[in-house]
Write a protein that binds this ligand. Sequence first.
Ligand code: SF4
Length: 74
Amino acid sequence: MPEAAPAEAPVRIDRDLCIGAGQCIAYAPQTFVHDDETTAVLREPPHDAEADVAAAVEACPMGALTLRSSVPTE
Ligand code: SF4
């Protein structure tokens, strides 16, 4: 089963690491949103600028976000 990110998502969320700090939403509010457990999920479709998504990835205090371009393909 795929986890939080669909195949075309620009970023992957490790929901086990997410503590709901919300920095990702501050930087890329059209890409991330909190679910009712205050854990980050991707909006459908995510549509922030790539630079904003990258800033969100950098800002996450838990390292819970991984840009898809840096995710191994196998
Ligand atoms: S910044 Fe990281 S820890 Fe905070 S809500 Fe987003 S994914 Fe979760």
